[in-house]
Ligand binder design. Structure first.
Ligand SMILES: [Zn+2]
Length: 331
């Protein structure tokens, strides 16, 4: 589905949020249970160290301080990199631990993929479809705000012609009207370029995201694909996000991978705004985690068009240190 979107022939299928990832997982399932436990212990120790050691969050998370001479040594750079990575690992583990504890936790996409098809009239699919339809107008507003904010963050709003592209993108987002539950789409969500007013949502996917936060994250992902459309309205933004993530992750994140990552990042940012706008008694890390925890897979494999699910979590946390802090410190 995604490879078809890459070429963008007329009327093609535009996207599958979880589909391509699931497809690659099918071939190579493996059990990493013991590794997971040891890893959890190691990360708990790191978390303790992060809290106990007399080190400021800004130091840990990236605002490198020059030495007295004003020169950043390679040593301080290495330390920044190592500590930022440790912090991202702790935050990423928090996301997946929250998922396990949360009654509204999302189902990981590899788990969804293994489930039998779910009829449209099953209570979970009906509840999910109603939730998605109810939240669609709000998700549209949050996506528009996030796209504008990201454009400012990456200084794209000063680029010639960019304003017009953003206006087109916003109009496309605001024109989306429906969520259509679909049995055959299973654990995928998608949009058709010939019908950009409807988001198609697999019933397994709807049922696997039992929180508002989880649904907003996936709706937002699809809305960003719609915003980009056949005119590549968001190409510069995708490139900027991909380039930044490539440096931080030391991975090649270009073209479709950059687009998918940006869709996921907007999903998380939109959810974060939703959490601020709708306070509840639930803990902040629990609510933020719902935007990412469908990526807490056992079999962590990416493909040409996607980072692996767990690398997707890491990339977003690298790109948004404030979010990482909130997950680790709970505020
Ligand atoms: Zn996508």
């Amino acid at each position: 589905m995604l490879s078809a979107r890459n070429a963008k022939p007329p009327g093609n299928i535009a996207d599958g949020t979880g589909c391509e990832l699931s497809k690659t997982m099918r071939s190579n399932r493996r059990n990493i249970g013991h590794f997971g436990v040891l890893y959890g212990i190691a990360l708990s120790i790191l978390l303790m160290a992060a809290i106990v050691l007399p080190r400021s969050a800004s130091e840990v998370l990236g605002q490198r301080r020059p030495s007295r001479s004003g020169i950043l040594t390679s040593h301080s750079r290495d330390r920044f990199s190592r500590e930022a990575r440790e912090m991202v690992e702790v935050a990423s583990e928090t996301v997946c631990n929250e998922r396990v504890r949360d009654p509204k936790g999302s189902v990981p996409i590899d788990d969804m993929q293994a489930r039998p098809s779910l009829p449209v009239d099953s209570p979970e699919a009906v509840a999910g479809a109603q939730r998605a339809q109810r939240l669609l107008p709000l998700a549209e507003r949050l996506v528009v705000a996030s796209l504008k904010q990201l454009s400012r963050d990456y200084n794209l709003n000063r680029t010639r012609g960019y304003d017009l592209k953003i206006q087109r993108a916003v109009a496309r987002v605001e024109a989306v009207r429906d969520v259509r539950p679909d049995v055959d789409s299973r654990d995928n969500a998608s949009v058709l370029m010939k019908n950009p007013r409807t988001i198609i949502f697999g019933t397994i996917f709807l049922a696997g995201l039992p929180s508002d936060e989880g649904i907003i994250s996936v709706l937002s992902h699809e809305l960003v694909h719609i915003a980009d459309g056949s005119q590549d309205n968001l190409k510069l933004l995708f490139r900027a996000v991909g380039n930044r993530a490539s440096v931080l992750m030391d991975l090649k994140i270009r073209d479709q991978r950059a687009e998918e990552l940006t869709c996921d990042m907007v999903g998380t940012l939109a959810t974060r705004s939703y959490v601020s706008a709708t306070p509840t008694y639930e803990a902040l890390p629990q609510r933020i985690s719902r935007s990412l925890e469908h990526n807490c897979v056992d079999t962590d494999e990416g493909d040409e068009d996607h980072l692996s699910p767990r690398d997707t979590i890491r990339a977003i946390l690298f790109l948004k240190p404030a979010l990482t802090r909130e997950l680790v410190y709970g505020r």
